[in-house]
Write a protein that binds this ligand. Structure first.
Ligand code: CP
Ligand code: NVA
Length: 299
């Protein structure tokens, strides 16, 4: 059975820590001009995108090339998985040509079914349930800033979505406290909660004394039809200067996985004030995903 990275739950605490260390090393080596193209030399990595992407698409493709491997990007329309042919057949055929595959799609069951039939590692590049690649970049960014996770409090303000679910699982693994403020009925789900997580409905409660304030869009990809209704429901769940000044630590950093909707989950001002960290968070997708690919292929 190949190793997969469909969920944060697919890796142990030790593997998570090793992935972060390796990401930092790969980043430093790259900045020092190291040639990393021998690490996955001659391998081929497929990517299936059934939803739009900027960061995931580019950071995976660039990362694959930097490691000496060959990327093949496939859109939903090209392969029509589940329509033109079954997921099982697509998975089994792709295993014949490729060494690894990354999938961005809607239902988490799609990546799970694909992985069941795959002879090669499968990476979750975002599903409606989880976004485990994003979490690694988030954690690396936090670690770079604070040096360690010791004693930190993370606050997430907004929808209990894929991004925060993966972050909660990772915080639980690492023993980091995370407080989530979301509207009633938009909670991440009990199965993502633990002694290290706190889910509430008040932004002040979540943000109080936080070292990291994190937010993501109110409507995720696939929820476009609900966007207007969600704007009403989420209107109090915004990261803005007032929230930061009133509740977070003065030294707090702000994270956003991007894309951002200014004036909704975050104000233009708050985004601007923290853009250096948020852009580093986006950059870190590259380094962390390279570490994931090397880990899955045992390289
Ligand atoms: N954060 C993130 O996954 O961005 P993309 O949707 O652009 O890939
Ligand atoms: N929660 C967002 C994340 C985008 C990177 C979405 O799923 O659209």
């Amino acid at each position: 059975m190949p190793k997969n990275y469909l969920s944060i739950n697919d890796i142990s605490k030790e593997e998570l820590e090793n992935l972060l260390d390796r990401s930092a090393q790969l980043k430093a080596d790259l900045k020092n001009g190291a040639d990393q193209s021998n690490l996955l030399k001659g391998k081929s990595v497929g990517m299936i995108f059934e939803k739009p992407s900027l960061r995931t698409r580019i950071s995976f493709e660039v990362g694959i090339r930097q490691l000496g491997a060959f990327p093949i990007v496939l859109s939903a329309q090209e392969i029509m998985m589940g329509g033109r042919e079954t997921r099982q057949d697509v998975s089994r055929v792709m295993s014949q040509y490729l060494d690894m595959v990354m999938i961005r799609t809607f239902g988490h069951d799609v990546v799970e079914e694909f992985a069941t039939h795959s002879d090669i590692p499968v990476i979750n590049g975002l599903t409606d349930l989880e976004h485990p690649c994003q979490t690694l970049a988030d954690l690396l960014t936090i670690k770079e800033h604070y040096g360690s996770f010791e004693g930190l409090k993370i606050a997430y303000i907004g929808d209990g979505n894929n991004t925060v679910r993966s972050l909660m699982l990772a915080c639980t693994k690492l023993g980091v406290h995370i407080s989530v403020a979301c509207p009633l009925k938009f909670e991440p789900g009990k199965e993502f909660e633990s002694e290290f997580t706190h889910v509430c409905h008040g932004v002040g409660t979540a943000a109080e004394g936080a070292d990291v304030i994190y937010t993501d869009v109110w409507s995720s990809m696939g929820q476009e039809k609900e966007a207007q209704e969600r704007k009403q429901i989420f209107s109090g769940y915004q990261v803005n200067t007032n929230l930061l000044e009133e509740f977070a630590k003065e030294t707090a950093i702000v994270l956003h996985c991007l894309p951002a909707h200014r004036g909704e989950e975050i104000t233009a001002e708050a985004l601007k004030d923290h853009e250096t960290t948020i852009l580093r968070q986006a950059e870190n997708r590259l380094h962390t995903q390279k570490a994931v690919m090397l880990h899955l292929l045992g390289a």
